[in-house]
Design a protein around this ligand. Sequence first.
Ligand code: HPA
Length: 279
Amino acid sequence: MKYTFADYQKMADYIRERTSFVPLVGAVLGSGLGDLVNQVKVEAIIPYKDVPGLPVSTNKAHKGQFIFGTLNDVPCLFMQGRLHYYEGYTSEEVTSPIRLMKLLGIKYLLLTNAAGGCGANFHPGDLMIITDHITSFMPSPLYGNNLDEFGPRFPDMSDVYNADLTNKMIMRGKELGLPIKQGTYLQFAGPQYESKAEVQMAIKLGASACGMSTAIEALVANHMGLKTVGFSLITNLCTGLSDNKLSDDEVVAMGKKAAKDMTALFVETINILKNDNDR
Ligand code: HPA
């Protein structure tokens, strides 16, 4: 256990001294959504490295800053770049910005990522709305003392990805003609891609996509009672399901190619959250 509730309050105080903007939606921008911020009316930008106690992203492709601003008049707090376990941080550290965003006022969390597809009929370029996840291969971010201010010691995990909002995303995405799939996301620690046998295991466990992020973030959000939704861009088929050798280049290239579809689903999701009257 590294952080106390008071540590998170200190981080929030630091940000509050710099902006009074209160976001409704927190959003983690995965590969492919970097340019979305061009559509945002920006109010404030705060790099992770400036926030006392917050870990710093080491991934070159990820920027590492909070962007406060409105998208379609919805007050949002964007994480441009996320922290990953494979960078050497604990699960607790990786998910600390999610805790901070909760203290800054968010009610909803929108998670996005790039993932390998292993579901039947999945294709690179598909957008998978996440309906559930498997975090069993990751150390729990809740390990250690429970921070009762955030949530219970033994939180229920039966509805991590809000079913009502998720169904609306699936319906709306299909209406817009986007290549929508749905399924369970399995988080591995990375940074290596899966072996062929690991992919076969993932399929047997019921996963439709494998990646190296997101599920522990959703777990922590659920611990705090945030309404969470998420989607993956399927950048490639998982190891052994095509003849390709996997590389980051392929993932980044598909992120660029599918940016338009991802952005469309993202903006539509923001509208769905804005119109949620169960708040
Ligand atoms: N596996 C894990 N993470 C990924 C993949 C993959 O195939 N593609 C993009 N991120």
